[in-house]
Design a protein. Structure first.
Length: 586
């Protein structure tokens, strides 16, 4: 024990400054020319020398880490394989953790194990020792893993709790002073403003798409949707919810006195230097008003069709559909499946100075140059059908209708597609073949559908298995039997699947990010004939006989077989198309 403490204390003494370039030159790993080139790049970018060397191809991150760990006689730590404790990590404040590229990994007796991306940075090491006031043992970690882990572990939950307690104290008897709230509109230091700022910053940090504010009798639930799954944070105190809702209503121009009816609004903010458009939806519930905030990041680059995840064959066929001179192309799927992103990527591909494009949306989710984008406003009678009728008099080549919501909109859209316009829109259906049945239920005549409809793309989003904690997994007997029926016993017997065991990078979920799964149905003579005769059974048989149609289920399984997603995620997509036997996931 005494020897261990002596070792720790020795590491806290001032270390001799080490020049990384000299070390690598002396070991013969890089040349003088490469060092000069990296130093020039370092001056222009401000990056660490190791990163600059990697960028010019002089050395890989893995080679650099192995060399440093051996030379400095320190441990290399894979951050994906270490379990971090929040109370230990936060001993080093986030600002210093980012500045010095360091993270407190573990407590070791009286000392601490600290991971650093650059253990040769003596000044950073000395400052960390001063801040922690405990013996420090260094470990080497990769910079990319370090930054990703910092984003994951330095959540703002403690800050949100502290600000919520401050708001609760300010409320006193629970009564909200509306005049004070309105007077503090521009006061950044008001507790309720700071609470909302912290909530939005936390959501941006974990890439949440929605924030749910749900009051109960004695507590408030704040839930954030990340990769399609809600993560919950509970705050003590019901009165806080009313203050938050009132402030959000003021920000979005809603009626703060109306608590009996749902309201919708929007506002724009900046959180963590990310510009956001926030869509606000309020709903009266038993203990106040529930609020859902949809976060739209307009700084995010619009995905190209290649990066959406479309298989090559589907992408080529889809591109052919979106470049036809007329007709209707539909993208279908449930809410939040990425339909709008797909259509905007299509518009981005065909947008040019010789093409007039008009969109009718609720709301406008992306802003594109040269495209006339119209926001519907039902309150003043500016609904989809009215805007669509007017848009046709604006001499458009292409029209995008945000959603086919009623018979009138469907009818106008189909007739526009028949008169030489290319029309894009979305619909909520479980599959591409089911879309025709849905349009018939909405009153669209078969002859009009057969003449106007060019193709239907259906899509879902599946979660990607986290690369930091992926591991192979064996299927149980029920899963193996189901798989054999889908792809054949021989192929199923040799198939391998992965899952994420949960790590710091993925917030212990096993998943990180999402990718779209598609199916594409192009209209041919057999399909058009069945639609025109309104023979839905014949239409379904023609779909199943089509050699070009591959169902969503197959593409989802292909992703699982390729190790992109898990077997469970693939089955979830398949279950959205067909009812499967019980016990599949058992």
């Amino acid at each position: 024990m005494a020897e261990s403490q002596a070792t720790m204390l020795k590491t806290t003494s001032r270390r001799k400054k080490i020049r990384l370039g000299d070390l690598l030159l002396g070991a013969g790993i890089i040349t003088n020319e490469q060092l000069d080139q990296a130093l020039t790049l370092q001056k222009s970018t401000g990056h660490k020398l190791g990163r600059a060397l990697a960028e010019i191809g002089a050395i890989t991150d893995e080679e650099l880490n192995k060399f440093l760990a051996v030379h400095l006689n320190i441990e290399f730590v894979d951050l994906s394989n270490i379990k971090l404790q929040n109370d230990i990590v936060t001993l080093l404040p986030e600002v210093q953790a980012r500045r010095y590229r360091a993270l407190v990994l573990q407590s070791e007796g009286d000392g601490l194990l600290v991971g650093m991306a650059d253990p040769t940075d003596v000044l950073a090491y000395d400052e960390i020792c001063r801040l922690l006031k405990r013996p420090v043992r260094m470990a080497l970690v990769t910079e990319s893993d370090l930054l990703q882990t910092i984003d994951s572990v330095y959540r703002r939950t403690d800050e949100i709790n502290a600000l919520a307690a401050e708001v609760k104290r300010d409320l006193g008897d629970g009564q909200i002073d509306i005049d004070e709230l309105m007077a503090d509109e521009a006061a950044d230091d008001a507790p309720i403003i700071k609470l909302l700022q912290s909530m939005f910053k936390d959501a941006v940090q974990i890439k949440a798409s929605d924030i749910h504010i749900e009051p109960e009798e004695f507590l408030l639930r704040i839930r954030q949707r990340v990769d399609g799954v809600l993560q919950e944070h509970v705050i003590d105190g019901r009165g806080i919810a009313a203050a938050m809702v009132t402030r959000l209503k003021l920000m979005s121009g809603l009626d703060i006195s109306e608590k009996r009816l749902p309201q919708d609004g929007r506002f724009s903010i900046r959180a963590n230097n990310v510009p956001l458009d926030v869509r606000v939806s309020t709903l009266p519930v038993q203990h106040g008003e529930s609020v859902v905030l949809r976060l739209l990041d307009h700084s995010a680059n619009l995905l190209t069709l290649e990066k959406l995840g479309m298989p090559e064959d589907i992408r080529r066929r889809f591109e052919r559909l979106i470049t036809m001179p007329g007709g209707m192309v539909l993208v279908t799927g449930p809410t939040g499946s990425g339909k709008t992103t797909t259509l905007y990527s299509a518009l981005n591909r065909i947008n040019s100075e010789s093409t007039k494009i008009i969109t009718v949306e609720d709301p406008v989710e992306y802003r594109l140059e040269r495209i006339n984008q119209v926001q519907v406003n039902p309150v003043i009678g500016l609904d989809f059908s009215r805007v669509l009728r007017t848009a046709l008099r604006q001499d458009p080549d292409i029209i995008l209708v945000g959603e086919m919501r009623d018979k009138e909109t469907v009818d106008i859209g189909l007739r526009a597609a028949m008169t030489g316009h290319l029309v894009f829109s979305t619909l909520h259906t479980v599959s591409a073949p089911a879309t025709v049945s849905r349009l018939r239920d909405m009153g669209a005549p078969g002859y009009l559908l057969a003449a106007a409809l060019n193709g239907i793309a259906a899509q879902r989003l599946v979660r990607r298995v986290c690369k930091g904690c992926r591991e192979t997994v064996e299927l149980n007997a029920g899963q193996q039997a189901w798989l054999a029926r889908q792809i054949g016993a021989e192929r199923a017997g040799s198939a391998e699947f992965v899952r994420g065991r949960g790590c710091n990078y993925c917030h212990l979920t096993g998943y990180n990010g999402r990718i779209a799964v598609f199916e594409l149905l192009e209209m041919d003579d057999r399909l058009r004939d069945a639609i025109q005769r309104e023979d839905l059974d014949g239409f379904q048989k023609a779909v199943e006989a089509s050699s070009k149609y591959v169902p969503l289920r197959q593409h989802a399984l292909d992703y699982a077989l390729a190790g992109i997603t898990s077997f469970e995620e693939a089955v979830r997509v398949a279950g959205g198309v067909d009812e499967e036997e019980e016990g599949l996931n058992g």
